[in-house]
Design a protein around this ligand. Structure first.
Ligand code: 3HC
Length: 301
């Protein structure tokens, strides 16, 4: 574990920048890599703002924020980003071909002892590992959004992941102040095998007119003490991500019960992806925390 000092995170989107935030706050040297410098600049701003939020709440000091920010460097070149890495956490888009391509490059450029982790939400770690010459060092390290807040890291053992690697990642998760849970490599692991069918069922209930958005979300918030209703959570995660996870479950188990709801598929096709596109089941106005049901579902359109 003490051998891990340099951590490279591939992808600077919501999950990637949250993962960088947490590693940097715990004293690791973080290399944040993305293909576009603008994405990296935006991610640095987001991390800074999220740390400011922690400073204003008294959770961290201004000095520890400054130290953490100084631990993060940005890269657009894969070789430079990973050549000194002891651990790489891949947090790119949930696309199997993209991930395979990234892992082939990581295997080529990283030191032989470097551990390769994926933050995938549902894609097989065994499959990703099979494209490298080090499947024993490939593991799932699944963080949850917002990464600085959510306590869980779901650790996924691929078929060939070595026990000592699982042990290292388990202890690392604890060092980050998180609670690790180790699971085996089946579609959706545990988290998304249970969460996504619930979200999909909420979309089906809406599609069938069983209830409206506010009613569906209120039932789950007030009746089951969920911090967000399933439709708000779907918007928060991204409807494209929800759709692609349902697709992985559907294909992986070959069971019709995992078929993505048609309404979910239509919304993704039409570009209504939730918070990130400004509209999903709800409409989002920058700077406003109000939860406003999209006009497409409120009968106003
Ligand atoms: N960085 C740092 N701190 C943050 C933050 C961020 N990005 N976002 C929120 N916070 C902090 C706030 O500062 C606040 O801190 P405090 O408790 O010290 O006051 C606390 O989190 C709560 O935030 P807010 O007061 O702004 O808002 P809420 O009380 O409404 O909580 C929430 C927001 C934490 C997002 C809460 O609604 C929640 O837990 N929602 C469910 C999230 C969830 O289920 N995530 C998992 C998604 S699934 C996933 O990621 C896996 C993938 O594979 C699909």
């Amino acid at each position: 574990m003490s051998a891990i000092k340099n951590v490279t995170v591939i992808g600077s989107g919501t999950m990637g920048n949250g993962i960088c935030h947490v590693f940097a706050q715990h004293g690791f040297n973080v290399h944040m890599m993305d293909i576009r410098q603008e994405a990296l600049d935006k991610a640095l701003l987001t991390i800074g703002k999220n740390m400011d939020r922690q400073v204003s709440k008294g959770a961290i000091t201004q000095t520890s924020k400054d130290e953490a920010m100084a631990h993060i460097s940005t890269f657009t070149n894969m070789f430079d980003a990973v050549k000194d890495a002891d651990l790489v956490v891949e947090a790119a888009t949930e696309d199997i071909e993209l991930k395979i391509n990234i892992f082939k490059q990581l295997d080529e450029h990283c030191k032989p002892e470097c551990i390769l982790a994926s933050n995938t939400s549902s894609i097989s770690i065994t499959r990703i590992g099979s494209y490298t010459k080090r499947p024993g060092q490939v593991i799932g390290m699944h963080f949850f959004n917002p990464v600085p807040v959510m306590k869980l890291i779901e650790i996924i053992n691929g078929y060939g992941t070595r026990a000592e690697i699982t042990d290292i990642i388990f202890k690392l998760a604890e060092t980050l102040g998180k609670v690790p849970c180790v699971v085996n490599d089946y579609p959706g692991f545990i988290s998304n095998r249970i969460l996504m069918p619930m979200i999909n069922e909420a979309v089906l209930a809406l599609q069938e007119g069983v209830a409206g958005i506010n009613e569906i979300d209120s039932v789950m918030k007030l009746g089951m003490a969920h911090p967000m209703g399933p439709l708000q959570l779907a918007d928060f995660i991204g409807l494209d991500t929800c759709y692609s996870i349902m697709h992985v479950l559907h294909m992986g188990f070959g069971n019709q019960k995992y078929a993505p709801a048609t309404l979910l598929a239509n919304m993704v096709q039409a570009g209504y992806l939730g918070v990130k596109s400004g509209e999903g089941f709800y409409k989002y106005t920058p700077g406003s925390k109000d939860l406003v049901v999209s006009e497409r579902f409120s009968g106003k359109k």
